[in-house]
Write a protein that binds this ligand. Structure first.
Ligand code: NAD
Ligand code: ZN
Length: 364
């Protein structure tokens, strides 16, 4: 038998820009690269109303032909069917391999734009322009994308880094406050996992954040990007330390599932999930600093639930957690807080899981 080894040096890099006048900057950069004089913008009908024309105007000023593909608004359209429709439109628009796709919108648009860019003609350049706080601090950073199936969320997707993530903080002025709060939960999580001063900064400035003080929001987004970036650069394909960014998510997903994805929004569920993680960590003897009170204060400040809704069955939550995909032969994996700014990956064996989960749900 013969064997020949192939080694590929695939290095990808990605740039993130943050500030004002970003639409102009995108047009200037595309003009300078000169490779493509054509691009496609993927957005949704809500974001299009606010920001499509300004972006088109900047691109056209530079002589770049831009066509838009506007998808319906909402998580329920993050599907294969929508991706298929987008791909058909890209063919009709004769988008070539060197024509960038620009995703302009919240996390749903970023995820589906990233997914289609990664598979269309085996990959075309991707630019993400996140417009929700969730997309700015999380979905547009790190190269994960995906679509939902009937069997579950984000079950199909790829790792595909955008060439550029371009964040214009001023667009947050039109984002509903509830959506701002949902995105903020991921920023709070960044503080909880990696930076206690950042967590306290959010706690101290909740009023200014709600008032959307642009300079303050820019500082916040910069800090979150820095934290997410540090995990992603070390572990691009999510096989190690990047898992820490899932703090509150294993519990949160079980709450979302128990509420059939209607009762609780992802942001609300992750906020409660972080509280559950604190309880579980305490009962496992891992918690050195209990910051539940500070977390509860933040949830209150941003009008997020501080208790699991009564109608969600604890049994159902436990069942869902037991079926969680993170189970393997060694047991179940959870991310648990140790103290503010530090979390660990923790394994729980099958014979201990019932006690562990009951403790996590206590008094929440
Ligand atoms: N790929 C990743 O790493 C990653 C990380 C986090 C979340 N996500 C995904 O992101 C999605 C959630 O993102 P989301 O919370 O942004 O939801 P979303 O994209 O549905 O946006 C929320 C709502 O805000 C609207 N909106 C967005 N920007 C606006 C603006 N500037 N002004 C007014 N309205 C605006 C949207 O049209 C939508 O109605 C989920 O599908 C989740 O799986 C992915
Ligand atoms: Zn999340």
């Amino acid at each position: 038998m013969e064997s020949q080894k192939l080694t590929f040096a695939r290095t990808t890099s990605s740039e993130i820009i943050l500030g004002a006048d970003i639409f102009k900057e995108i047009a200037a950069r595309l003009y300078r690269t000169r490779t493509a004089r054509k691009c496609a913008i993927i957005t949704n009908e809500v974001v299009a109303k606010w920001y499509l024309q300004p972006l088109l105007a900047e691109l056209r000023t530079r002589g770049i032909k831009a066509d838009e593909i506007v998808i319906p608004d909402g998580e329920k359209f993050k599907t294969f069917e929508t991706a298929h429709d987008i791909i058909n439109r890209l063919c009709e628009l004769e988008i070539d391999r060197d024509c960038p796709i620009i995703g302009l919108g919240g996390g749903v648009v970023c995820d589906i734009a990233g997914f289609t860019a990664s598979i269309f003609k085996r990959g075309v350049p991707l630019i993400l322009m996140p417009t929700s706080l969730m997309a700015m601090v999380d979905a547009s950073i790190g190269g994960k994308n995906g679509v939902n199936l009937e069997h579950g969320k984000n079950l199909v997707g790829s790792f595909y880094q955008p060439l550029l993530t371009a964040i214009d903080v001023s667009v947050l002025r039109t984002l509903p406050l509830t959506q701002l709060s949902y995105g903020l939960v991921e920023a709070i999580k960044h503080g909880a996992v990696a930076d206690s001063a950042y967590f306290r900064f959010i706690l101290k400035n909740s009023e200014e954040i709600k008032a959307r003080q642009i300079n303050l929001l820019q500082r916040l987004i910069r800090r979150s990007i820095h934290i997410k970036k540090s995990f992603v650069v070390e572990d691009e394909l999510d096989q190690g330390v990047r898992a820490q960014l899932n703090l509150g998510h294993t519990f949160g997903h079980a709450l979302e599932t128990a509420g059939s994805y209607i009762r609780l929004h992802h942001g609300e569920a992750v906020g409660l999930g972080m509280l559950m993680a604190l309880r579980a960590s305490s009962s496992s003897g891992l918690l050195e600093e209990d910051y539940s009170e500070a977390l509860l204060q933040l949830l209150k400040d941003f009008n997020l639930p501080q208790k699991i809704p009564n109608e969600l069955e604890k049994k159902e939550i436990i069942n869902t957690l037991c079926q969680d995909k993170k189970k393997n032969q060694e047991g179940y994996t959870f991310i648990l807080p140790v103290k503010l700014g530090q979390a660990v990956i923790h394994k729980v064996s099958a014979d201990r899981i019932d006690d562990f989960l009951s403790a996590a749900l206590k008094n929440i």
